[in-house]
Write a protein that binds this ligand. Sequence first.
Ligand code: NAI
Ligand code: MG
Length: 357
Amino acid sequence: MTQRIAVIAGDGIGTEVVPEGLRALNAAAKRFNIDLEYQHFEFGNCDYYLEHGQMLPDNWFDQLKDFDALFYGAVGWPEKVPDHISLWGSLLQFRRRFDQYINLRPCKLMPGIKSPLADRVPGDIDFYVVRENTEGEYSSIGGRMFEGTEREVVIQETVMTRTGIDRVLKYAFDLAQSRPRKKLTSATKSNGISITMPYWDERVKAMSASYPDVTVDQYHIDILAANFVLHPDWFDVVVGSNLFGDILSDLGPACTGTIGVAPSANINPEGTFPSLFEPVHGSAPDIAGKGIANPIGQIWSGALMLDHLGHQDAGQAIVDAIEAVLADASDSVLTPDFKGRGTTEDLGRAIAERIAG
Ligand code: NAI
Ligand code: MG
């Protein structure tokens, strides 16, 4: 069975790391006999915007909707196009229209990387943050009244639906159940936010009845954030609403070191629409064009994509190869963000060779 991947490199270092992501994917596909077919798209970047006045063609939805996955680099070049236009005009369109209601970020301390948390070593930090990606606190319901007067009033409503909560919880519980520790932590704030958050807690409790083998705990978001820093080893799968998940999904990877390695997935679990895989980092205009960007975030995103497409062995082989290359830590291969002298391509090739076996 051929699986079709739409590739959108985007801007800046996106165009430099995507080829290394594909190199790793090709090595894994060859070793595990996976049939991947790529189609490259030249939209979703700021040069396209300068030429066409929009980030995507009018028919982008029809062009992309039948792919099995989207492999994205990074978007944004603030000198050419304001960030809110480039982001809302591309990536956020995909997340919304393709109903990618799961935002998934692994937080794993890799060998050879120094955690900003003192004395933490690989093995201490290895968990996932699962963020609700479509509703919650990020709603467009509300408004402003009596503008500019003493009575000025501003309201924005949080929207939580049973469908919306249950589907993200189901994904998180399934993920926890698939992992050796089988532990799920829910981010809440039901002491202060007294209507929606108790409802969130209720749905967690209801869902947990279907997963008797998964251990569940919950923390209010304030102490949970503190515990990410103090006790990252406590966590296995952490699930949160859109806002809480947003914060935790930056804090978690930050605890594991350089931004260049963190991957992410925006998932439509039912497969009604394609899911999107991209590194956490942006287009890094400050180092773009020099060939020194760390390709690991992009390569690891490829591993998440293979997982999602049903090739868990191949995804694991990519993660193993990343760990093996980092553990060897040769200066001539590591990129400058690791204090090495290697190029994007040097590091990408080293990882692809490990994957090949
Ligand atoms: P950024 O992630 O592009 O860069 C932040 C810092 O980290 C820079 O100093 C950069 O050199 C460094 N860095 C990032 N990725 C790296 C890598 N792979 N290897 C080595 N160093 C790396 O974030 P910034 O500067 O805030 O945004 C730049 C542009 O990227 C903006 O237009 C922004 O809107 C966009 N952006 C896009 C994202 C996306 O496509 N999902 C996410 C974040 C930002
Ligand atoms: Mg964020």
